[in-house]
Design a protein around this ligand. Structure first.
Ligand SMILES: Nc1nc2c(ncn2[C@@H]2O[C@H](COP(=O)(O)OP(=O)(O)OP(=O)(O)O)[C@@H](O)[C@H]2O)c(=O)[nH]1
Length: 344
């Protein structure tokens, strides 16, 4: 049986990975996808935002970053995928926004049982054009994602000038001269080929490992189910935390928007990403909340069923986040006083 082609999508928090994933699913609408969504934190929101794929083929890996602590869960999921192999044609893995793709790649190439069954087609890195310069200065994770990519998608070009885009392209080609470079808005790939491009080369790993001398080499063998997996030791200590909150009931829209505005006014430098699926009073649909570095937007989600219990889930990702304060403040934005908040 031929190997399962795998596409790995990386890119810093909020760069547009899920948006690109949805765009790929839409473009290749005769392909049956299995998707692994890795969320940094207990609550997986991205899995619900995947549109157009068979929901039964979307696998969530929560509770941690795939590159640090998720290897066991990843292997369990890969075993499950082999069991249902007939149900899909290709696998796409969306990593967390802070994942080091090297450890994810190693998970696919280092263990013979995995390498015999899965074949990486390409590692794609989605770049948040308006903030990439800042990210490269501040976040080592962003640099690692770039150097490991076979394909770099410079996304959000609608937010930058043509001159700035040219300078981003230049920086990207210096960072990773061998990667294919494309520019998109909202991950719209149009005629760009994203699948079956056979862009992944094992050599990238060696080259990039040389660039990052502090990458910890493969260590040890671990037995998991049927797989003997070679585990990469935690290569990167993230100093970014994720705090997830869930609430029963409805938020008050005006109070929620006002609070978010003032929250980001003071906290945008340390809160990189907020995302949620929310319920607002007197609103028939779920509301998808997205914020990347302070700019936020709300989108209509699926309608609530009449008898469905209203609830909201929201995740804050950043540094030095005031966990308790945010939970308490959000509770105050609920319409009813008596509704409970459960955190993480
Ligand atoms: N203006 C603009 N917004 C975009 C573009 N692509 C994505 N977005 C928005 O950016 C936000 C984040 O997009 P996602 O696709 O969820 O990003 P992500 O990388 O999957 O986010 P994480 O999984 O949290 O790291 C959403 O509000 C998107 O609608 C783009 O090209 N231009």
């Amino acid at each position: 049986m031929s190997k399962i082609p795998v596409t790995i999508i990386s890119g810093f928090l909020g760069s547009g990975k899920t948006t690109l994933l949805n765009s790929i699913i839409k473009k290749y609408n005769d392909t049956r996808f299995a998707i692994i969504e890795n969320e940094f934190g207990d609550i997986n929101i991205d899995a619900e935002l995947v549109v157009g794929a068979d929901k039964g083929n979307v696998f969530e890996l929560s509770n941690g970053c795939i590159c640090c602590s998720m290897n066991d869960d990843l292997y369990t999921t890969l075993e499950e995928l082999l069991r249902i192999r007939g149900r899909f044609d290709r696998l796409i893995v969306e990593t967390t926004g802070i994942a080091d793709p090297l450890t994810v790649i190693k998970a696919f190439v280092a263990a013979p049982e995995v390498a015999d069954n899965f074949d990486i087609d390409a590692v794609i890195c989605v770049v948040d054009a308006p903030i990439i310069e800042e990210l490269l200065e501040e976040q080592e994770e962003a640099s690692r994602q770039l150097v490991m990519a076979d394909v770099i998608i410079i996304n959000k070009v609608d937010c930058v000038t043509p001159g700035y885009l040219d300078s981003v392209k230049l920086v990207m080609s210096r960072f990773n001269p061998s990667a294919l470079l494309h520019a998109t808005s909202f991950g719209e790939i149009g005629s760009i080929d994203m699948l079956g491009i056979n862009a992944f080369t094992g050599r990238q790993i060696e080259q990039s490992t040389l660039k990052f001398a502090n990458v910890v080499p493969l260590k040890g063998l671990s037995k998991m189910g049927g797989f003997t997996a070679t585990l990469a030791k935690k290569a990167l200590m993230h100093d970014i935390q994720s705090h997830a909150y869930s609430f029963e009931g409805n938020f008050d829209f005006d109070r929620f928007s006002l609070w978010m505005e003032s929250f980001f006014y003071f906290s945008s430098s340390k809160v990189f990403r907020v995302k949620g699926i929310l319920s607002f009073a007197n609103h028939a649909n779920r509301v998808i909340f997205h914020s990347v570095r302070g700019a936020f937007m709300l989108e209509e989600g699926e309608a609530w069923k009449e008898d469905e219990a209203r609830e909201s889930r929201i995740v804050f990702i950043g540094k030095h986040i005031q966990r308790e304060e945010i939970g308490a403040a959000l509770s105050m934005l609920l319409v009813k006083e008596d509704l409970a908040c459960s955190k993480e």
